[in-house]
Design a protein around this ligand. Sequence first.
Ligand SMILES: Cc1ncc(COP(=O)(O)O)c(C=O)c1O
Length: 463
Amino acid sequence: MKSIKIMLNENDIPRQWYNLAADLPTPLLPPLGPDGNPISPDMLAPVFPMNLIEQEVSQERWIDIPEEILDILYRWRPSPLRRAVYLEKYLQTPARIYYKDESVSPPGSHKPNTAVAQAWYNKQFGIERLTTETGAGQWGSALAFACNLIGLECKVFMVRISFDQKPFRKMMMATWGANCVASPSSETNAGRKVLAEMPDTPGSLGIAISEAIEQAVTDPSGKTRYSLGSVLNHVLLHQTIIGLEAKKQLEIAGEKSPDVVIGCAGGGSNFAGLSFPFVADKINGAEIEIIPVEPTACPTMTRAPFTYDFGDTACTTPLLAMHTLGHAFIPPPIHAGGLRYHGMAPLICQSIVEGLMKPRAYHQLQSYEAAITWAKTEGFIPAPETSQALAAVIEEAKNAKEEGKEKMILFNYSGHGLMDLMGYDAYLSGNLTDYELPEEELSKYLKDLENLPKAEMRKTGKW
Ligand SMILES: Cc1ncc(COP(=O)(O)O)c(C=O)c1O
């Protein structure tokens, strides 16, 4: 029997995070302030604690993981690397499919890897309360979980459509002691403005971010900060523990480098977490296809321009150089709630511009079909976001069969779908449809970017 669960023990956990910014062949473009000039780190101080801002701008390749953070992560880390032998057999593919199982964390996804780190650094800095947004509820529940263990108050603005579709996520947040409200809410100026213009809006991550930032920066005590679950450099950094563990586990399995690395990408954090250590290998000459996957309904990487845009709807964040559908983008209510953000992590976008990653988009129905195949072979029920990655994995495995190639595929199983069964219900009862963002709709949102600075497409041309 070949080994299908490759475990590490606590002593083997990586003790440093990997920072891709140190190795990118073309450096990131700087975030810009409202005047179009690069911002300085202290301009972010009302929003984030300085210890995290230092990580955000760091050019150090390796950053030590504090022991107290590891002490919390040991609850579920190192996470298993599994081999999907039952799916391989079903597909009759010569491909070997490995996946990093991030669904084993208490909240059920990769999100607590950074939630714990962010809560810890905030606590060290003397912060007492964190605000945040959440789409599908995975991030909100991860931060609620982390704040409870570290001793911080937690306030979550949850995108209205998910708030209505996913009552169990709210209950998880409440169980860990957080306060969760639907966004747009009447608690903030940003929320009230949207509600006045669009009372029936399903909400968006952009709006929820505006609300969470507003509450953090207007707290007169100065003891509240904002926490973001994806996109930013320090968030991606904390997730690299996934890929670093995977490398050790592949070695134990007697494998060399993967041929293909796949992950779904909403803001980019789980995909970055798995892939960045392999991007480093690719920069150093390894031949690896690195594929971030998104829904056709929200085609940030595959159809949107690389340009400067705000991270939120109310235009309060610095301008980031990224692929963006426009900060006013209101995504259609697809079930992969965590993949509906208008932008993408700048570190991933720069890697795409450089040619180190090749994004793909899949329709909702193909993803659910992949999820059902997975559930019926491997047994686990994936999150709708994870299912987007699965659509690509199955396609790659089928290609390997056609080409008769023994590829090794590695992907990130970013979360379980046990809180997302409404989406499965809709799929199984034939009530889900495919949706491709119409060109006119995209152009309408991109109009808002016409007067913002343009981002230069810098690349070495090596990939
Ligand atoms: C299970 C799961 N996977 C993936 C994502 C996408 O986020 P990111 O791109 O930051 O990993 C989410 C977001 O909520 C999620 O809940």
